[in-house]
Write a protein that binds this ligand. Structure first.
Ligand SMILES: *[C@@H]1O[C@H](CO)[C@@H](O)[C@H](O)[C@H]1NC(C)=O
Ligand SMILES: *[C@@H]1O[C@H](CO)[C@@H](O)[C@H](O)[C@H]1NC(C)=O
Length: 609
């Protein structure tokens, strides 16, 4: 074992010498015209919703740097801060787990992740909802990440219940007061989670409105720091941050309040007043957020704020650090890259189920469309895998929420890693037998179109869709022509030779973010990518008679959307309870999809490999 590890470390180090760093096998980074970072007195690097992508995006040239590269980058940026006599702090706002094989593929989950993640020094860190869905995940967060970041982990509105004693305690300290290294700026920092209710029963999330009334919070907001830093697994447009902001402002009319948010997977920034600023830094370790504050602190004249969304692109990181491919990687960064390589190898993440014949997109193509992953699922995959052997001839409707798919499928090998990337959730098919068709047929439209009706019933229909759509403020009534042109993802790997630095860099597709501050947030200048709104749910049909309507059908759906489905049936006058819902087919959706690929896509891509 030891010798294998050393061998791997050696191989990674040699490769690192050639391509600087990133994972072996990752596509080459592509350069882009760059916008610089504006330094201030106090500067921040921010990650959020990394969801296990600490190995980087091996198939996407814009985001192929890894956690080791970020360790190197932070090292250089701290040194730059020291040279300038200013301060740099690192922030992470949760959802570090679930969504990539590096976390999900081991048993127990996260066998490698916790040690890899802790290699970065993070100054302020909090919890996301994904750390809390499953009791064992929350246990591991409490046993590993909380002690790993003992000084810096904050849980302002989160308690943990010990499985041994049953005792309920704060998950970590409620807030943190500290002085920055170089200027001795006095910081009071909080770490929040939005008013999440889907957590396992070994944690307790206190609604933010109640937390700000707690005596400890009211004391903390009277501590007169130079700056308040509020980090949270909360979208910057969500009401929770506004409640916290109002509570701080009430006692501190002029103190700068800086917010770092996440959860909704978008690049976003806003300010709540002239002395406050808020940033959200995307998702899946595509983005490293940058915020700086300069000018007077705690004065009637407002400070200046800057934000930048840094692509997790090795060439960009080297550019901002002012270093070359040779001088950029630190020994520690290379070690972390090697740790990730070793983990990926031991988890066989590159082992392939089959070869995707083309790209399938979530939102880059409309739905329905031959290039939409949802059309692929609806027409081919679901009818073939959602089959109960005892009821295979019974007419059925199968409803799947689009949020169960979390990433595009790229042409090429569909690997063990891909299965976790596409669908990190352990979604299973459940069903109600023999539902009158007249009512069953109306369920899909209620789930998709009738957001307000669901809202009245206390169920937010948006949560069935992908997080990237939660941020769209108006309740979405899905329309096949709806389209948004900003923000999103996905430049593809190109083979272009970018070695010639005398050439103008080609503009590749990527984030073109528009936020409340303007359109200059992205560090790399990209061509924009189409974004098509998708419905909350899609529906596959099987065995429906051609010319006739069936009396009844089996109504099959993912377990996650059961509350909405039962509500939609109720709105149609049919009262079903949880006891009426049964398991439909063995295995998780992820396993069923992988099985379908084995049977339907070519084993290997092209020739050779
Ligand atoms: C949580 O639920 C499980 C399973 O239903 C139960 O065994 C356990 O006692 C509960 N724990 C707490 C802290 O309520
Ligand atoms: C990097 O790894 C090598 C080999 O395991 C070890 O000797 C060295 O101390 C590590 N360096 C850092 C900075 O982590």
């Amino acid at each position: 074992m030891v010798s294998k590890a050393l061998q791997l470390f050696g191989a990674a180090a040699v490769l690192a010498g050639l391509v600087a760093a990133a994972q072996p096998g990752a596509v080459k980074p592509v350069s882009a015209p760059m916008r610089d970072l504006a330094w201030g007195k106090l500067n921040f690097l921010h990650t959020t919703d990394t969801h296990g992508w600490h190995g980087g995006h091996l198939q996407e040239s814009q985001y192929s740097a890894d956690w080791g590269d970020y360790v190197s980058f932070a090292h250089h940026m701290r040194r730059k801060a020291d040279e300038r006599g200013v301060d740099l702090l690192l922030v992470d706002t949760g959802d570090r787990v679930e969504g990539n094989g590096l976390y999900d593929a081991s048993n127990p989950k996260g066998q490698y992740y916790y040690d890899i993640y802790r290699q970065q020094h993070v100054d302020i860190i909090c919890t996301g909802n994904h750390e809390l869905y499953i009791a064992s995940t929350a246990d591991r967060e409490h046993e590993k990440t909380v002690p790993n970041f003992h000084e810096t982990y904050i849980a302002s509105n989160l308690d943990y219940i010990s499985p041994k004693t049953g005792e309920r305690r704060a998950m970590a300290q409620r807030y943190r007061r500290f002085k920055t290294k170089n200027q001795k700026l006095d910081i009071v920092a909080f770490g929040f989670l939005f008013d999440f209710t889907g957590n396992a029963n070994n944690t307790v999330v206190q609604p933010v409105r109640e937390t700000v009334r707690e005596p400890w919070f009211q004391r903390a907001v009277r501590e007169n720091p130079d700056v308040f830093v509020v980090i949270g697994h909360v979208g910057v447009q969500m009401p929770e941050f506004k409640v916290i902001f109002a509570a701080i402002r009430q006692e501190n009319p002029l103190t700068p309040v800086l917010f770092f948010g996440g959860h909704v997977h978008v690049r976003d920034a806003t300010s709540y007043d002239s002395h406050s600023f808020a940033i959200a830094s995307g998702r899946y370790f595509e983005t490293i957020g940058w915020m700086s504050v300069d000018g007077p602190l705690n004065s009637a004249s407002a400070p200046t704020f800057h934000r930048r969304y840094i692509d997790n692109n090795l060439l960009g990181l080297q550019y901002h650090a002012g270093l070359s491919a040779e001088t950029f990687p630190t020994e520690h960064g290379r070690n972390v890259t090697a740790m990730i390589t070793k983990a990926r190898t031991e988890l066989s993440l590159d082992s392939s189920f089959g070869c995707a014949p083309q790209d399938y997109w979530m939102t880059r193509k409309p739905y329905p469309h031959k290039d939409s992953i949802y059309t692929l699922l609806e027409k081919d995959v679901i009818p073939s895998v959602a089959v109960n052997p005892n009821r295979k001839d019974v007419p059925r409707l199968v409803i799947v929420n689009t949020g169960a798919v979390r990433f595009d499928v790229f042409k090429g090998p569909f690997t063990i890693d891909t299965t976790y990337i596409i669908s990190p959730f352990l979604s299973v098919f459940r069903y109600i037998p023999d539902v009158p068709y007249a009512a069953a047929r109306k369920v899909l439209d209620l789930l998709n179109g009738a957001g307000q009706i669901m809202d009245v019933a206390g169920l937010d229909a948006r949560y069935m869709a992908i997080p990237e759509q939660w941020a769209i403020k108006e309740s979405i009534v899905y329309s096949k022509t709806a389209e948004r042109d900003n923000s999103m993802q996905k430049p593809l790997a190109h083979d272009d030779d970018d070695g010639d630095s005398s050439k103008e860099p080609m503009i590749v597709q990527g984030y073109t973010t528009r936020d409340d501050i303007g359109t200059d947030g992205d560090d790399a200048i990209h061509a924009s990518i189409d974004f098509y709104v998708v419905p909350n749910c899609i529906q596959a049909e099987a065995n429906l008679p051609k010319d006739d309507e069936p009396e009844t059908v089996d109504l099959v759906f993912f377990d996650f959307i059961q509350p909405w489905v039962l509500m939609a049936l109720k709105l149609n006058g049919l009262h079903y309870a949880s006891e009426d819902v049964q398991s439909y087919v063995d295995g998780t959706f992820t396993e069923l999809f992988a099985g379908w690929i084995k049977g339907n896509w070519p084993k290997k891509c092209g020739h050779g490999k």
